[in-house]
Design a protein around this ligand. Structure first.
Ligand code: F0G
Length: 448
């Protein structure tokens, strides 16, 4: 059979609510044209994020009933630790309430003011946590990553020559770690190749710098390696993931993505001394090291979710359903970041709305139009999120895991194509309020 179907049936349903265009216009005005400020019940299809929005399986719900809520030594922590070590292979597993808590603890222990941390592309919380420590976050994507139309299969790769130049320029002593984000979320959900991980690792080894992964979407990255990297087609996603992690010293993880859970995360390291310091910091703000700010039942959901995320039937459907969205948009002429990545399709707002300069937030304008058109919420990843250093203005249509069916995706395609047809009438926006960091969450804007 050629047809790829959702590899599950639906046992529990959640109604979604239609709104009228007039209602959406009023809600958008009240939200100051920032879709983060919309009430969720005013949204029909929510593609704001794939984070914490997955539908859990019957096995995960069943495991939650086994949650051991003991403050210390919980058996749920043991299930969690075993599952994480089975997939990732690192020595120490430190639970956190989500990815950014792992980042804060890792950087709190490893970085000091004046340090420099390279990454293929830092996610916004990663960058903000580094800057909060007084360290500098440097993005080293390969040149193809900055060309939305390029169909290079591994646009998540780090520019290894640029990494070497950076080390020569600032000195290895100022670089406490190198990070690789799998997949590269801010750069289009694009994968990092196994070959690139090896090349980065050998540079790190030459200078004695530890390599850490931001592993949020490791399963999607592993499956894209299987599909795209020569010589990897016969390996399982699990084997590829293990091979990648065997090249690193640790990771941060948001289990809200490829952990298929609604909350949770962890920090891993092979370094005993660092693990001790990290657990001490954990106790200060997150919780005891066998729960890290999570309920025992959350640990159980993650333990099962990590295994399900590597199921090849699931991954095949997941990657195919995101590609389906991308390919139908491309067929209609809509400019997207090519090729379709792991968890989302990214509209290229600069090419979609060439008459709106970056300073007038073309991505925010496009996201607002999609909401007005069809009640769909997407997110800008561009000038509002990153300021003037934004290399692209993108609108991310993030697909929650196991939540929407193909007809929902067909509806999204129709809506984007409608907005594309009347793109010339769309206007830019001006900024009325911004917070000192992570301004996109609370910014207020108005149409020009
Ligand atoms: N790293 C990456 C690559 C991410 O995409 C995220 C979250 C984090 C770290 C932080 O994890 O949210 O659990 O604290 N990304 C979400 C998104 C929010 O919408 O892409 P967290």
């Amino acid at each position: 059979m050629k047809t790829i179907i959702e590899p599950f049936r639906i046992k529990s349903v959640e109604p979604i609510r239609w709104t009228t265009r007039a209602e959406r216009e009023s809600l958008l005005r009240q939200a100051h044209y920032n879709l983060f400020l919309l009430p969720a019940d005013g949204i029909l299809i929510d593609l704001l994020t794939d984070s914490g929005t997955a539908a859990m399986s019957t096995r995960q719900w069943a495991a939650m009933m086994l949650g051991d809520e003991s403050y210390a030594g919980s058996t749920s922590y043991e299930h969690f630790r075993r599952s994480v070590q089975d997939v990732f292979g690192f020595k120490h597993v430190i639970p956190t309430h989500q990815g950014r808590a792992a980042e804060r603890i890792l950087f709190g222990v490893m970085c000091k003011p004046g340090d420099v941390v390279p990454n293929n592309t830092h996610f916004d919380t990663t960058r903000a946590n580094l800057e909060f420590m007084g360290a500098q976050a440097v993005d080293l994507p390969i040149p193809q990553a900055l060309d939305p139309a390029s169909r290079y299969p591994f646009k998540g790769n780090m520019d290894v020559a640029a990494l070497q130049r950076l080390i020569a320029e600032v000195g290895a002593s100022r670089i406490p770690l190198v990070m690789l984000t799998l997949t590269n979320n801010s750069g289009g959900g694009q994968p990092v190749s196994l070959e690139n991980v090896r090349a980065v690792k050998s540079v790190c080894d030459k200078y004695g710098i530890p390599l850490y992964f931001d592993a949020c979407r490791f399963a999607e990255n592993a499956y894209l390696v299987k599909l795209r990297e020569p010589g990897c087609g016969r390996k399982s996603a699990r084997e590829i993931a293990r091979e990648i992690f065997s090249l690193g010293d640790g990771c941060t993880m948001s289990a809200k993505k490829d952990g298929l859970a609604n909350i949770g995360g962890f920090l891993c390291t092979n370094d005993d001394t660092l693990a001790l310091e990290e657990r001490n910091l954990l106790i200060l703000t997150e919780g005891y090291p066998t729960y890290g700010g999570l309920a025992g039942r959350d640990l159980e959901a993650v333990a099962v979710g990590l295994q399900e995320a590597l199921d090849e039937d699931y991954l095949k459907y997941r990657i195919a359903s995101v590609a389906y969205l991308g390919e139908h948009l491309v067929a209609a002429g809509v400019p997207i970041v090519q090729p379709p990545g792991g968890h989302a399709i990214y509209l290229d707002a600069r090419a979609f709305l060439p008459h709106i300069p970056p300073a007038e937030f073309p991505g925010v304008a496009l996201a607002a139009e999609l909401y007005l058109e069809a009640g769909i919420r997407a997110v800008e990843i561009g000038t509002l999120m990153f300021g003037e250093r934004a290399a692209m203005d993108l609108v991310r249509l993030a697909v929650p895991r196991r939540v929407y069916t193909q007809s929902h995706i067909d509806y999204v395609i129709e809506a984007v194509v409608e907005v594309w047809a009347r793109r010339k009438a769309i206007r830019g926006l001006k900024l009325l309020y911004q917070a000192p960091f992570l301004r996109h969450f609370t910014a207020r804007l108005a149409p020009l």
